[in-house]
Structures are given as C-alpha cells and as structure tokens.
Ligand binder design. Structure first.
Ligand code: NAD
Ligand code: UD1
Length: 313
C-alpha cells in the first residue's frame, strides 16, 4: 500500500494535486493548518485523511511520521505571497524554511520515501540575469519569500547528495486556476481579478488595483499543467536530485491579462493605480526545455486556461 503526504493540500495547488493522487495511490494524508487553505478545497474521498496541523512545529511533524509511513511527499504548504513575506519575514522563515527542514529531516529518518517533491518558485531568480530564466540563470532572491524558497531548495538538493533522499525541486512560475483563495490582498493577481469580474457579473463595480504600470510580465501557467509536471517528476528517475522550471515559456503583462479576460468574460474592469510593490519583479518567464526533455508539454494557452477558469467560477 502506497501512502502519500501532501502538505498544503487544502490550498490552491495542493488541492488539485491531491485530486489526482487519489487516482494513483491508496492513502493520501493532507497536512494543512488552514491558514490560507480551505477545508472545502480538500477532495472528499475515503482515501484522504486530513490532519489539521502546522509543519513548522517539529513535534507535529515527528508525531505524524510516527503514525504514517510515507512513500511520496509533496511539500506544497507555505506562505505563498511575496508581499506577505515582506510584511512578516520571521513568520515566513518559520513556515517556508524551518518547516521544509522539519519535513526533510523526518523523511530522512523514516528512510522509505521514494520521492520528496518541493514547491520552489520563480521568485528566486529576482530581477537580474537574462530572460528566459533557465535553471542555471543567475539567482538573485530579493525578498524573504524568495530567500527562504532558495534556501529550502538547496536543502532539498543537499538531502539527496548528503543522505541519498530522492528529492526534486520544482520552480513554479505564476499559477492560476480555480481554488486559489481570492479573499486577501496577498492572493495571486488572477484570482483577485476573477473575483472582480464575478462581482461585475452581479452588478457591482469594484475597482481593480494595479500595482505599478501593469507592464510587468509573468509566465502564467494553468494549474492543470502544474499538476501534470508534479506527477511526471515524481516517478521519473531522471528527476532525482534536480531542479526544474515549471511554466509555459511565454510572458504576458498584467494589462494584457486584463484585456484577454475582458474579452472572455464580456465585462470591463475599472482600474486604480498604486505604486509598484516593494520587491516586485519586473519581468519573468521560463525556459522549460529541461522539463520538456522528460516529456512535459503545457496543454493550456493563457486564453484556454482563463476561459476554463471563468467557466468554473
Ligand atoms: P496556497 O496559499 O493556496 O496554499 C498553501 C497551503 O499551505 C494553504 O492551504 C495553507 O493553509 C497551508 N499552510 C501554510 N502554512 C502552513 C503550515 N505552517 N502548516 C501547514 N499548512 C500550512 O498557495 P498555493 O498557491 O497553492 O502554493 C502552493 C505552493 O507553491 C507554495 O509552496 C508556494 O510557495 C508555491 N508556489 C506557488 C505559486 C503560485 O503562483 N501559486 C508559484 C510558485 C510557487
Ligand atoms: C506569485 C505567487 C508566488 C510565486 C511567484 C512565482 C501568489 C500569491 N504569489 O508571486 O507564490 O512564488 O508568483 O513567480 O500566488 N498585482 C496587482 N494587483 C493585485 C495583485 C497583484 O497589480 O491586486 C501585481 C503585483 O504587484 C505583481 C503581479 O500583479 O506585479 C503578480 O502578483 P502576484 O500574483 O502576487 O504574483 P507574484 O508576486 O509574481
């Protein structure tokens, strides 16, 4: 019987991965403290065991590993907002860095893990270096979030090199899709935008806040493509001890996203401008050739992803 641990399984990306894991494995343990995740995101299925707890607490992690033996670990749980990390660097470090180390150490001690997959981020590249970002492009993490992701990622790789733990780190670019909680200024930009379009469709007219010029670009990748990538690496021996970009290989500006979304939804957004966010990255998009060499191919263009998202809300 194969048992999987997924941290952050009540969150956006974690809940989508959990849904696919049900099809492949016998038992899926979701560890989540519901800080940004929602219980309703967790798929209802007899294979899922939900444990409400905090992985930055070592006792919680040790206790969990004393009850279950994990064949696969997907570590998705984190404070996912760059802006939140700037507001709370100490708390972010406890969660995003110390929490990762707690899980790595428990996995090492248990000694039966087939794969430990870590959700790293494109944020670690920062604003320097050339575009598109390749895995060996210069790294310049410039926020607490990015620093903790990069430090964690390096630990994840070191646990393979030093202790033989089979690990893989994925540098996710900007993910969008259903289940991303929009109810906070720290939420991902497309989920906030979607909420605004939804309110528009109900006759309300809240202005959408654009930080900076709107010309900043991101590589927006649909959540289903991220699920494909996460499942692909978990069972591919060539991915052990490595780090991969997960994106589409294309950049889109925030203003262009608004235009595309206006066409799809049939509503227009009122904008208010505020100054660029502290630590915000100007331009980002991925080179995905390394992951493509393992068979990854994003299935969704931005138009297709936004259309499906809009149909699902
Ligand atoms: P999310 O906020 O929706 O999910 C994170 C989950 O982790 C939430 O359910 C939250 O309750 C849980 N969590 C937070 N702290 C915890 C703790 N101490 N103990 C237990 N659970 C805890 O975020 P997401 O968008 O699904 O991101 C998933 C992962 O992917 C994160 O590691 C994030 O940094 C990374 N990532 C996300 C994106 C993106 O665009 N969404 C891009 C790059 C990387
Ligand atoms: C996002 C992810 C982060 C991930 C990174 C990878 C979230 C919350 N953040 O960070 O986990 O590691 O991608 O690249 O999922 N903006 C607005 N108005 C808003 C909200 C945002 O203009 O209401 C702007 C921001 O200033 C930024 C852009 O939109 O320029 C994207 O912001 P955001 O969705 O928070 O993403 P990142 O900061 O890139």
């Amino acid at each position: 019987m194969q048992t999987v641990l997924i941290t952050g399984g009540a969150g956006f990306v974690g809940s989508h991965i959990a849904r696919e894991l049900i099809k492949r494995y016998e038992k899926i343990v979701v560890l989540d403290n519901l800080s940004t995740g929602l219980r309703s995101n967790i798929p209802t299925n007899e294979k899922i065991i939900f444990v409400e707890g905090d992985f930055s607490d070592r006792n919680t992690v040790e206790q969990l590993f004393s009850i279950y033996r994990f064949n696969y670990i997907y570590h998705l749980g984190a404070i996912a907002s760059v802006a939140a990390s700037i507001d709370n660097p100490l708390f972010t470090q406890q969660t995003n860095f110390q929490g990762t180390l707690n899980l790595l150490e428990a996995a090492r001690k248990q000694g039966i893990v087939n794969r430990f997959i870590f959700a790293s981020s494109a944020a670690i590249y920062g604003n320097e270096g050339t575009l598109p970002k390749k895995e060996n492009t210069m790294i310049q993490p410039q926020t607490p979030y990015a620093i903790d992701k990069f430090s964690s990622e390096q630990y994840v790789l070191a646990y393979h090199h030093l202790y033989g733990l089979p690990t893989t780190a994925l540098r996710f670019f900007n993910i969008y899709g259903i289940n991303q909680n929009p109810h906070s200024p720290y939420s991902g930009v497309i989920s906030i935008m979607t909420k605004h379009f939804e309110l528009k469709s109900k006759g309300e007219n809240p202005a959408f806040t654009l930080f900076g010029s709107g010309q900043q670009t991101r590589d927006f990748v649909y959540v289903k493509d991220v699920v494909d990538a996460s499942l692909l690496v978990a069972t591919n021996a060539a991915a052990v001890g490595k780090v991969f970009n997960v994106g589409t290989g294309k950049a889109v500006s925030i203003l262009d996203i608004i235009k595309i979304y206006e066409q799809i939804s049939g509503y227009s957004l009122d904008l208010t401008y505020q100054q660029k966010r502290n630590g915000d990255i100007d331009h980002s998009y991925s080179d995905i050739s390394l992951l493509s060499s393992l068979g990854y191919k994003p299935r969704y263009s931005i138009e297709e992803g936004l259309k499906e998202y809009w149909e699902e809300v």
